[in-house]
Design a protein around this ligand. Structure first.
Ligand code: LLP
Length: 432
């Protein structure tokens, strides 16, 4: 679900013309739709109606303060993975008491900061971390709230780099060892057992692995509730979005079973399968959606610089690159590509590439697309999650600007970085 569509042959985000935004603010430019984020959040909320649950937005997907604030206003909690993300949530006006802190390598500094801030819970990923949190809390004269992340050994059937629920992945404690860890935790004076957590992977396009994991782990959660009085079971994030045909109107391609492409994992379908397994657990169910909330709510606008016709290929060279959006290079991620002006009759097979000096710097290869020309702007769709947050200054390229659209309003929520900002601290060192 999203609010990007053509109006008067020009691609709009809600009521704002994307070609105008590109000409006013330059490219590359990230544009997000606040309405889409709200729509996604509310659809999931509605689907889960009847289940005692809470949504904790996975901040890593898009951590711009204004995005955090948009979900905060909806009442969402937060799933964080660093002291830095906690800092962002607090600065955006979020309540640390609604934050769960995940990740296999929390540092002492991060643990202290989070205990001080009063987070809801640490999701502990190893026995060693459990012991560390207990002793840090002891030195602070505090009791730290914890849940342990269980690795259910379920195949999420997603890209191997974003699959997390198999025994060979670094995440969580093996299913067979988890009860021993709760026993040990229950004997430690400075931790308080509050829940159980799991997360099997990201960009799941089928409900089956979720169901398998929930069916396997819910009895464990219930037994931990009986033994240790835990209050919540977090089933993680991972709800996949549709990257292909992101602008196709209506359900025709995705539902009729005729397309080999991705099927949408709708909140309704997700809820229909998992709620019956969870609803009598007596536990509060936490969900940690990231991509689902913001993925389809963002685009990356980029301008065509050159067309280069070689003997083997036609390259369209654009001003965005892998440092701005790394998903195609890192996960073979597919993003739909749409010229913002709807005026093309002819298509051509092309590679769209950026200026970075690597052959992995492409947004698509051998894709048949409208034959757009230099100076024209195209939109890389579904770039709201794991886009800007994974950007770097590689090749000393400044970060793009970010804009949040809400109805007719378009607000710069992060200005384009300037070169001085990239080198200022190095210059200081040079001048010392
Ligand atoms: N909870 C935990 C513990 C996680 O590790 C993650 C994501 C989430 C929740 C949110 O998952 P989501 O709902 O967004 O699927 N950069 C990659 C995705 C990395 C996901 C990492 N963990 C990409 O662009 O595909």
């Amino acid at each position: 679900m999203h609010q990007f569509s053509f109006k008067n042959e020009s691609l709009h985000c809600e009521d704002v013309d994307l070609a105008e935004l590109a000409s006013d603010h330059g490219t590359p430019l990230y544009v997000y739709s606040a309405g889409t984020i709200r729509q996604n959040y509310l659809a999931l909320e509605n689907a889960l109606d009847g289940l005692d649950h809470e949504i904790a937005y996975a901040v890593k997907a898009n951590s711009n303060l204004s995005v955090i604030n948009t979900v905060r206003e909806l009442g969402s909690g937060f799933d964080i993975v660093s002291g830095g993300e906690l800092y962002r949530v607090i600065k955006a006006g979020g309540d640390p008491g609604k934050c769960t802190f995940a990740g296999v390598g929390k540092t002492e500094e991060e643990i202290r900061y989070s205990i001080d801030a009063g987070i809801y819970c640490f999701n502990v990923e190893s026995e060693e971390e459990l012991v560390a949190i207990n002793s840090i809390a002891e030195t602070m004269g505090k009791v730290a709230p914890i849940a342990v992340r269980v690795n259910p050994n379920v195949d999420a059937k997603t890209h191997k780099y974003i699959s997390t629920g198999k025994s060979e992945n670094k995440f969580g404690v093996d299913f067979g060892l988890i009860e021993g860890v709760y026993e040990r935790a229950s004997k430690l004076a400075n931790v308080h057992l509050k829940g159980l957590q799991m997360h099997i992977g990201s960009q799941l396009t089928s409900v089956k692995p979720f169901l398998e994991a929930v069916e396997k782990v819910t009895p464990l959660a219930v037994s931990l509730k009986e033994k240790h009085n835990i209050e919540f079971f977090s089933i993680g994030g991972g709800i996949g979005i549709v990257y292909e045909d992101a602008l196709a109107s209506g359900p025709k391609k995705w539902w009729d079973g005729q397309s080999a492409g991705e099927r949408p994992l709708t909140p309704a379908l997700y809820a229909e399968k998992i709620v019956p397994v969870l609803k009598d657990s007596g536990l509060k169910i936490l969900l940690e959606p990231g991509r689902y909330m913001v993925g389809n709510a963002g685009v990356l606008l980029t301008k065509c610089l050159y067309e280069k016709k070689g003997t083997a290929k036609t390259f369209k060279i654009v001003d965005a690159a892998m440092n701005d959006l790394i998903r195609p290079a890192l996960y073979e991620g597919h993003h739909e590509i749409v010229p913002v002006k709807e005026k093309y009759n002819s298509t051509v097979k092309m590679d769209i590439v950026g200026p970075v000096c690597e052959s992995g710097d492409f947004f698509c290869q051998d894709r048949e697309l409208p034959d757009f020309q230099p100076n024209e702007v195209i939109a890389l769709m579904s770039a709201g999650a794991y886009g800007f947050v994974m950007a770097s200054n590689y090749n000393t390229r400044p970060f793009p600007a970010e804009i949040l659209v809400d109805g007719e309003d378009a607000k710069v929520i992060k200005p384009r970085q300037v070169l001085e900002e990239i080198i200022e601290d190095e210059l200081d060192a040079l001048e010392e």
